[in-house]
Ligand binder design. Structure first.
Ligand code: 5GP
Ligand code: ZN
Length: 114
């Protein structure tokens, strides 16, 4: 996806603060953090949402969540709690059409989300 900002980050065409990377996943710091801890876990393959992933590629989700689990352990995010968020579509607030999981921690959060 030529114009996708996350594909450009994955391909090192634009910089980002990487905190984790393996063959299928990258985790970066969000450029506009909404909490003291705000990371984005991004599969390297471009899909807009989970419903766009073919069943033959579903393994990328388990790899994505394995990477998130490692980060939670490395940074002891479970000590203070964390929130994982996937936005899909304009109404849900998605601004980058490449699936990503927000990892938010470090402050109290309210429910329901806005
Ligand atoms: P969405 O709104 O699609 O759920 O989340 C997109 C997230 O990507 C936003 O939180 C936004 O701050 C972040 N973001 C957008 N562009 C960049 C960028 O160039 N670098 C980084 N690190 N984060 C970005
Ligand atoms: Zn992309």
């Amino acid at each position: 996806m030529d114009q996708c900002i996350f594909c450009k980050i994955i391909n090192n065409e634009i910089p980002a603060r990487r905190v984790y990377e393996d063959e299928s996943t990258v985790i970066i710091k969000d450029i506009s953090p909404q909490a003291p801890v705000h990371y984005l876990a991004i599969p390297k393959k471009h899909f807009a949402g989970i419903q766009n992933i073919p069943s033959s590629e579903m393994e990328l989700l388990s790899k994505l969540f394995s990477a998130i689990t490692k980060l939670i352990a490395d940074e002891s995010l479970d000590q203070n709690g964390y929130r994982l968020v996937i936005n899909y579509g304009e109404k849900a607030g998605q601004t980058v059409s490449h699936i990503h999981v927000h990892i938010l921690s470090g402050r109290s959060m309210t429910w329901p989300p806005g």
